[in-house]
Design a binder for this molecule. Structure first.
Ligand code: ZN
Length: 374
């Protein structure tokens, strides 16, 4: 079983697929899945290759695996001890770009499904949602797949995202949510003038300072359990001309907010607007990631139990790290858990994964699929 996952991972690594290029990976996946009864629906958009592979189940319910075939660039190739697209295995370590992030995870899921199909195990409907635009802008990737599924009423009941969630051992950590991100540029407007003639000017810094103090003191309320509280950091303040005797006509601040799922974008926007009330101000918001959280419940329990029964590990239900495509599934109301290989070399020169990890992850995925119920 581990050889199957490893062989698939090697073949995927050998297909050079630097974001947003798919490098033929999704077609290769099709050749593996078609004999198992999967049908591929292409949801390509804006030059991005996206696939929904679906196999009608014998049992009720639909379980999805979401992942990406694109990888980040290699960096200086001469610094790699093993060529980044060679997929060389040396002393039990598989080398290559994407080994952890996340061709390894895709290979394990395919191996798990292949094993269960070959044993004629009755299965729920299984989907693989694969994009080649996760490491890039993520504009035409998973989000387009979700839109397609919403339009066709084919959203899954739950999803595993194969991102490398683990730290030391496979399964030691899963991600059950992420904080959201809002970035804001605030420009306070006044009127520039001579500091000896304040009656003819309007000091933008004098408007900014109290407003920024109010922003720093916003009470974001009780955080959702299991998540860090919302953090609102004023990261830059710029105003003035550099001359002591000139009253500044503008003052600009940058604010970075990492928000707990107990908050939302609309609430954050109105809190900042209220803090700036009375000022002549322009607020520019960039809501780059929505917070999500998969609540405690049967799906989370299933994933944790499968990890426990295969590895003996009591997994940490983490909410840290950056953002991931899990947010798009969660926004569509799908319970999402990220579970994949270790992440010690992701995006680094010399990315690699231990072959035995792939065996463990395949066994965990197999157990999750076998025990999935709605
Ligand atoms: Zn990734």
């Amino acid at each position: 079983m581990s050889e199957i996952a490893t062989n698939i991972a090697v073949k995927l690594i050998q297909r050079e697929s630097i974001t947003p290029d798919d490098g033929g990976c999704q077609n290769y996946i099709k050749t593996l899945l078609a004999p198992l009864g999967f049908v591929r629906t292409a949801v390509d958009a804006g030059g991005i290759t996206n696939s929904i592979y679906s196999r009608q189940g014998e049992l009720k319910g639909t379980l999805a695996f979401a992942g990406h075939t694109d990888v980040v660039p290699t960096g200086p190739v001469e610094k790699w001890a093993h060529a980044p697209f060679s997929g060389e295995i040396i002393d039990g370590i598989l080398h290559g770009r994407g080994a952890q992030d996340m061709k390894g995870g895709i290979a394990c899921w395919i191996a798990a499904v292949g094993k269960l199909c070959s044993e004629y195990t009755p299965l729920p409907t299984i989907q693989l949602l694969i994009t080649s635009d996760e490491e890039g802008d993520s504009i035409d990737g998973t989000i387009r797949i979700i839109e397609h599924m919403q339009a066709n009423g084919t959203l899954p009941d739950a999803a595993i995202v194969g991102e490398p969630s683990s730290f030391k051992h496979v399964g030691d950590t899963i991600r059950r949510g992420r904080r959201g991100v809002v970035q804001v540029k605030v420009t306070f407007h006044g009127k520039q003038g001579h500091s000896a003639y304040p009656q003819d000017a309007d000091n933008a810094i004098h408007h900014a300072a109290p407003a920024l103090a109010r922003i720093a003191e916003i009470n974001w309320g009780e955080p959702t359990e299991g998540f860090p509280p919302t953090s609102c950091q004023i990261t830059n303040v710029n105003g003035g001309t550099g001359a002591t005797n000139v009253i500044p006509g503008h003052c600009e601040a940058l604010i970075d907010i990492r928000y707990n799922p107990g908050n939302n974008f609309d609430g954050i926007k109105s809190a900042l607007e209220a803090a700036c009330a009375g000022c002549d101000v322009t607020l520019e918001f960039d809501h780059s990631a929505t917070a999500f959280s998969t609540a405690d419940g049967p799906f989370l329990e299933l994933v944790c139990n499968s990890i426990k029964s295969i590895t003996g590990i009591k997994t940490v239900r983490d909410t840290g790290g950056g953002t991931s495509d899990g947010r798009f599934l969660a926004a569509a109301g799908v319970p999402v858990v990220e579970l994949g290989t270790t992440n010690s070399t992701i995006h680094q020169v010399g990315e690699c994964v231990a072959v035995r990890e792939l065996a463990t992850l395949t066994a965990i995925y197999t157990d999750i699929i076998e025990n999935f119920e709605v």
